[in-house]
Design a protein around this ligand. Structure first.
Ligand code: FES
Length: 670
């Protein structure tokens, strides 16, 4: 495994090849207690039992899972169980990662994972010395190579999202039937003959089933498999195909789209794939895409087609990887923001982009997968998540479902950090949501040297006694800075005093006094002061075009973003009637939020000032919610219930918003 340690500026770390970290699921065994109340209300241990290292040292760790050899990257400090399940690697479990079933045994082959008290109860000393650990207790603070034993039991439930245990009750069912052949004393019509064998799971039949039915029955000597979706017979297949039932969960993001193929007979994830949304050419955010349709109505059709192409290309990828034929996929679930979903359905998104920001519908009936351009079984349905508002869409509802926001009784704050930042605050009973326009800083689009989180992007910045340490993705030469690097850079410069609480770079003499080891990196670029993040000191101002730097304007951009977010959650806290320190857990969600350093997010005031272990990476919870909808009809219904219990707090019409926003611009003084 490649070493991903931090490095001195202009060195090279040599990073591991990586797969995208995508939330996934882990299976469970047949010993599962089918009492969902018990399973989902236990919030699990609140803090890790072993001491956590300084999480500012690295943002991500590289992990290799054996025997598959799959390489992934994950936010530092996340446990092995979650990382495995996010990446379609099944680990035994019956407790959903709560440390009680002792089934999630893995062997750490390389890297350090200290044994905790729960491990000591699960393993002998020899086993612990050989690296055996409980995956759900094994926090990944450094690069690891992990052996995952094969499953010993057939799962009846899956661990999805943030410790959610979902019992498999998909609404796609198959039943193999060996029907009596008709004769003169049994002249039941073909359809009646089939329906009589599935009275307990189907109440009606899709008329299209009739088309091929006589031929299929006779061609298969009346040994057929009935396919039932949501109580409706949708297909009759020759022979016994009852072990081939698949679904695809999609997270349709503005930037990237993720697909996970699930075996619905056992909840196993078989393949995960992601790609950039092909709509990128119309702009990076939802406003650009809405604007495109306003400027040229024909753009809607083009954007819709690009969404369909993205979804279908991913379908091809996951089906090919898993050896699944497209017609064997009978259901898909799709979580996306309101704009993405409306465009994918061909619905004009303009009312979403202009005040008073109106959704076409808060809830959509299931549509045919084909209507989203997803070519799977012709009768496959797509379930779409309901939305709370134009800027709190189905992706956030799916995320809230995956985080159990309506079940966990702790006071928790869910934040999906992005251009539009959605937040939900709740304690299981009362739930408040809002959305704040954070702007493009986190996507690094408005940052002078900003770039997407790709090879060469500085993602970690640290200042120690010896100077500046940076870490670029894949250990490549730094070519820019991504969102998590931006947060790190500003947080570290605030910590050492080079940026004051107002967000200004301090004068040179003050810089030399407070942080002499990096003060020389503060230079003029034209008329603007910048801090050089790469390049050797002394920095030659003439060479700044070849150096990654942080400008005063970049700091301002981040201030605006963090002020919008902190104003949002501060208003939610006020409406809830609590103080920031009463928040018991902050869940950082989404492809950007999950990779933020919790310590630095606290330091710049992006999240409430609570103890660092209570700020956790939730991963791609929108995709997790979509998987839950496929695995369980009742979870799917739960998404609709969630929408009814969450109260939306509109920020834009609050008279105090601007004043509070200005107050929140300052960085906390420590
Ligand atoms: S998942 Fe049950 S002990 Fe780890």
């Amino acid at each position: 495994m490649a070493d991903r340690g931090s490095k001195q500026v202009s060195g090279s770390t040599g990073d591991a090849d990586e797969a995208v970290v995508l939330p996934e699921f882990a299976p469970d065994s047949e010993e599962l207690e089918l009492d969902t109340t018990v399973l989902i209300e236990d919030p699990g241990p609140e803090v890790p039992s072993v001491e956590e290292p300084d999480t500012t040292e690295v943002a991500r760790v590289a992990m290799v899972f054996e025997p598959s050899g799959k390489q992934v990257r994950a936010p530092v400090g996340v446990n092995v169980f979650d990382v495995a399940s996010w990446n379609a690697i099944a680990v035994d479990s019956t407790c959903g990662g709560h440390g009680t079933c002792r089934k999630c045994r893995v062997q750490i082959l390389e890297g350090e994972v200290p044994a905790g008290s729960v491990d000591a109860r699960a393993f002998t000393e020899e086993e612990m010395a050989a690296g055996w650990r409980l995956a759900c207790q094994a926090a990944a603070w450094s690069d690891l190579r992990v052996h995952v034993p094969p499953l010993t039991t057939r799962p009846k439930a899956s661990t999805v999202g943030v410790g959610r245990q979902v019992i498999h009750r998909p609404t796609v069912l198959k039943r193999f039937l060996e029907l009596p052949e008709p004769n003169l004393s049994d002249q039941r019509p073909d359809l009646r003959r089939v329906m009589d064998g599935i009275t307990d799971i189907a109440s009606s039949a899709d008329p299209m089933v009739l088309r091929g039915l006589p031929r299929v029955l006779r061609g298969a000597d009346f040994a057929v498999t009935a396919v039932v979706v949501d109580d409706i017979l949708v297909a009759v297949e020759p022979g016994d195909t009852s072990d081939r039932v698949f679904g695809i969960a999609f997270d349709l993001g503005t930037t990237s789209v993720v697909a996970t193929l699930l075996d619905l007979t056992n909840g196993m994830p078989l393949a995960v794939s992601s790609m950039l949304n092909k709509q990128q050419r119309y702009g990076a955010d939802v406003i650009s895409r809405i604007s495109a349709t306003m400027l040229d109505p024909s753009s809607l059709e083009s954007l819709q087609q690009l969404a369909h192409d993205t979804l279908d290309e991913l379908t091809e990828e996951v089906c090919t990887e898993a050896g699944v034929e497209r017609p064997e996929v009978y259901q898909v679930a799709l979580a996306g923001n309101a704009t993405m979903v409306q465009i994918a359905l061909g619905i004009d998104p303009e009312p979403l982009g202009v005040a008073p920001f109106i959704l076409a519908a808060e809830d959509y009936p299931d549509v045919k997968a084909d209507e989203l351009g997803i070519k799977v079984n012709p009768r496959a349905r797509a379930c779409l998540f309901p939305a709370l508002g134009a800027y709190v869409g189905g992706d956030i509802v799916a995320g809230a479902l995956a985080c159990g926001m309506d079940r966990d009784q702790r006071i928790r704050l869910f934040i999906d950090v992005g251009t539009n930042c959605e937040m939900i605050l709740g304690n299981g009973e009362q739930l408040l949501a809002t959305a704040a326009p954070a702007g493009p800083a986190f996507e690094a689009a408005s940052i002078a040297c900003g770039m997407r989180a790709a090879a060469g992007a500085i993602e970690v910045v640290r200042i120690d006694d010896s100077g500046l340490q940076i870490e670029a993705i894949e250990g490549a030469e730094p070519t820019g800075i991504c969102g998590s690097g931006l947060v790190d850079a500003v947080a570290e410069l605030v910590r050492v005093g080079l940026i004051d609480s107002s967000g200004r770079f301090v004068p040179d003499e003050v810089a030399r006094e407070l942080a002499p080891q990096v003060a020389d990196r503060l230079v003029m670029r034209g008329k603007e002061r910048v801090f050089a993040l790469s390049g050797e000191v002394p920095i030659d101002p003439a060479s700044l075009d070849r150096v990654v730097y942080l400008s005063q304007r970049d700091v301002r951009e981040l201030q605006f973003a963090k002020a919008a977010i902190s104003t949002g959650w501060a208003i939610l806290l006020e409406e809830f009637g609590i103080k920031p320190e009463e928040v018991q857990q902050v869940l950082l969600a989404g492809s950007f939020g999950s990779y933020l350093s919790p310590k630095n997010a606290i330091r710049i005031g992006l999240v409430p000032d609570i103890s660092v272990p209570r700020v956790v990476s939730a991963g791609n919870v929108a995709g997790e919610g979509a998987k839950m909808a496929l695995l369980s009809g009742s979870e799917r219904n739960g998404a609709h219930t969630l929408v009814e219990v969450i109260n939306y707090v509109e920020l834009s019409d609050r008279e105090d918003f601007n004043d509070r926003f200005v107050e929140e611009l300052a960085f906390p003084v420590t």
